[in-house]
Design a protein around this ligand. Structure first.
Ligand code: CA
Length: 529
C-alpha cells in the first residue's frame, strides 16, 4: 500500500514536471540573403576566397556542414522563396516569375510548424507580395526594398526606418530574440536580407573596404559564348554592354543626383535611394565615390580596360554588401550565445540563388549555368552535424521545407516535392538519394529554359528560342565552355539525359506550356528589339 502511494506521488510529480517542461525541440535560425553566390563565400573556396569576404559565415561552415552541390530550381528571387516556403516546384506553387503574386493561402512549412507549436517570425525581404501568413510576427520590405532608410511593412502598418537595410533587419531580429518571443516555445526565425542584390549599395562603414586591393578577375570575364547555343549571346546581363555606369556603379550619381541621369531603360533604384539619404549618409558617399569618379574620368578608359574597371567597382560594392550580411551572421550568433540558445538552435546560411560576379562577363542570375544555379547552404545543428563536414550530394531549395518539418518531428505532407536533408545532416549515406535534379526558368532578360543536372552532366533546353540545347561535362569542363550537344560521340549520353529529364518532368508533374516556339525570339533579335 505504502509503495503504491509512493509510485502514485512519483507519477503525479513526473506528469506535473512534463506539463511544465519547456518544449525541447531545436530552434531554427534561417539566415537568408539575396543573390549571394557561393563563390563569394570563403568556405566555398572560389576564386574570391583570397579577399576573405565572409569570416563569420566561414566560421559557421567550420563548426557545421557545407553543401557543395546545393542548387535552386528557378534562379530568381521571388520564385526561390516560394519554393522554399511551399516545398514545391514553381509550377506547383504558382509563383513562376517575379511578376506573379504568391498565394499565401496555400500550405507552407511555416504554417505547419506554427500549428505544431513553433513560434515563427519572418523579417526582411519577402518578395512574395501580400501579407505574410504563417508567422507569429513579421516585418517585410515592400517589393525589392531600399538599402538606405527603407520603408518596412509591419502587421500594423508601414513605416520608414533610418539606417542601412542589413543592419535594420538584424536589429529587428535581435530585438525579437531578446524581448519579444515566447521563451516556452521553440522558434523558427527567418532573417532575409536584401543584400547583396542589385544595385549594390554598401553601408557607410564599408564604403572604403577593399579600396587598396585589386579583386581577382574571373577566368571567364571576357567570355564571348562562342560555343554556346545562341541564347547565351542574347541576354541583358553583360558588364560590358549592359551594366550602367551611373545607376549600377554610381559614377557621378553622388555629385549630380538632383537630376535624373539620362538613360531611361535602367534600374534607377540606387538614384531613387540616394535622394532619401540623410546629409551625413550622402556626405560619406560623396567622400567615398567623388575622388574615385574623378580618377575614372581622367583615365578615359576604353574596351577591355573599361570592362576591367567596371568589374572592380562592381565586385567591390557587391563584396561590401556581402560584408554587411556576414556581420549580421556574426551578430545573430552572438545574440544566441548571450541568450544561452546556441546549443539548441540550428543555424543555416543560404541565399536565394547564385550570381555572376563577372563570370562569363555577366553580373546577374537566371541561367542554369553553374554560377547562378548554385546556392550556398551551410548548416550547424549542434550535436548532429559534424564540424567542418562537407557533402557533395545534390540538394535543392525544394528540400528546405521538408527538412525543417523533419527536424521538428512533424509529419511531412505527401504533396511536398523535396527530400528531408536530415539523414545527410546526421552523416548517413542514403542509397536512394536523388541522382539528378530539375530546373525551370520561365521569363525575363534571358530565354526560357529547363534542364537536368546530374553529379557530372548538365543538359538544357531553350525551348522558346530556336529550340536550342546545350550539354556540358562538368568534370572536364567546370566553366561550361564546350557545348557537347549534337556531337555524335555523345549521342548515347544525350539520349540518356533526355530520358532522365522527361522522367523528372513526369515525377514533378510538370504542367507548364513546354511547346517549342522556336522562331519568336530569333525574329525579335534580328529586328534588334
Ligand atoms: Ca535573388
Amino acid at each position: 500500500m505504502k509503495e503504491r502511494i509512493v509510485i502514485l506521488f512519483l507519477l503525479i510529480f513526473l506528469m506535473g514536471s512534463l506539463a511544465n517542461a519547456k518544449d525541447p525541440r531545436a530552434n531554427i535560425l534561417f539566415i537568408f540573403s539575396d543573390d549571394h553566390a557561393p563563390h563569394a563565400i570563403g568556405a566555398y573556396n572560389g576564386w574570391l576566397k583570397s579577399v576573405n569576404p565572409t569570416p563569420n559565415i566561414d566560421l559557421l561552415a567550420a563548426e557545421g556542414m557545407l553543401f557543395q552541390n546545393s542548387m535552386c530550381s528557378n534562379s530568381i528571387c521571388g520564385p526561390s522563396r516560394a519554393v522554399i516556403l511551399s516545398g514545391k516546384h514553381s509550377h506547383k506553387n504558382g509563383f513562376m516569375n517575379n511578376g506573379n503574386s504568391f498565394d499565401w493561402s496555400q500550405q507552407t512549412f511555416s504554417k505547419i510548424l506554427r500549428k505544431a507549436g513553433y513560434q515563427t517570425a519572418l523579417y526582411g525581404k519577402s518578395h512574395l507580395k501580400g501579407r505574410p501568413q504563417g508567422f507569429d510576427d513579421w516585418a517585410v520590405l515592400p517589393g525589392q526594398g531600399l538599402y538606405y532608410n527603407p520603408d518596412m511593412i509591419f502587421p500594423d502598418g508601414r513605416r520608414r526606418i533610418n539606417g542601412h537595410c542589413t543592419d535594420i533587419v538584424t536589429d529587428i531580429a535581435v530585438e525579437w530574440l531578446k524581448e519579444k518571443r515566447d521563451t516556452e516555445k521553440p522558434f523558427m526565425l527567418m532573417v532575409q536580407h536584401k543584400a547583396p542584390h542589385r544595385n549594390w549599395m554598401p553601408a557607410t562603414r564599408h564604403l572604403h573596404l577593399y579600396d587598396d586591393i585589386k579583386i581577382p578577375e574571373p577566368a571567364t570575364l571576357f567570355d564571348k559564348w562562342e560555343d554556346n547555343a545562341p541564347p547565351a549571346r542574347f541576354q541583358e546581363l553583360e558588364i560590358d554592354r549592359h551594366m550602367d555606369l551611373n545607376y549600377d556603379l554610381f559614377v557621378d550619381l553622388t555629385a549630380e543626383f538632383d537630376q535624373a541621369p539620362s538613360q531611361k531603360r535602367q534600374d534607377r533604384s540606387a538614384w531613387v535611394n540616394m535622394k532619401r539619404m540623410s546629409s551625413e549618409q550622402l556626405k560619406a558617399w560623396r567622400a567615398a565615390y567623388g575622388p574615385k569618379d574623378a580618377a575614372f574620368h581622367a583615365a578615359n578608359l576604353k574596351g577591355k580596360d573599361l570592362v576591367r574597371w567596371k568589374f572592380q567597382r562592381y565586385a567591390k560594392n557587391y563584396l561590401r554588401c556581402v560584408k554587411g550580411v556576414d556581420e549580421s551572421v556574426g551578430r545573430l550568433r552572438t545574440t544566441l550565445k548571450e541568450l544561452g540558445l546556441d546549443e539548441n538552435t540550428i543555424v543555416i546560411y543560404s541565399s536565394d540563388q547564385g550570381f555572376y560576379i563577372g563570370d562569363h562577363g555577366w553580373y546577374d542570375k537566371r541561367w542554369m549555368y553553374e554560377e547562378s544555379l548554385k546556392m550556398p547552404f551551410i548548416i550547424k545543428w549542434p550535436g548532429v552535424t559534424k564540424a567542418g563536414s562537407r557533402s557533395k550530394r545534390l540538394i535543392q531549395n525544394l528540400d528546405y521545407a521538408e527538412t525543417f518539418l523533419d527536424i521538428a518531428g512533424v509529419k511531412i505532407p505527401s504533396d511536398m516535392q523535396g527530400l528531408s536533408l536530415v539523414p545527410l545532416l546526421k552523416g548517413e549515406s542514403p542509397k536512394n538519394w536523388r541522382k539528378s535534379l530539375y530546373y525551370h526558368y520561365y521569363v525575363h532578360m534571358v530565354p526560357r529554359h529547363y534542364g537536368i543536372r546530374t553529379q557530372r552532366y548538365k543538359l538544357m533546353h531553350f525551348y522558346q528560342f530556336g529550340n536550342e540545347w546545350e550539354m556540358y561535362d562538368l568534370k572536364t569542363d567546370p566553366d561550361e565552355l564546350t557545348n557537347l550537344y549534337g556531337k555524335s560521340e555523345h549521342a548515347k549520353l544525350t539520349k540518356r539525359l533526355k530520358k532522365q529529364l522527361t522522367a523528372l518532368q513526369v515525377h514533378y508533374e510538370e504542367d507548364s506550356d513546354l511547346s517549342e516556339k522556336p522562331d519568336s525570339w530569333k525574329a525579335e533579335m534580328r529586328a534588334g528589339k
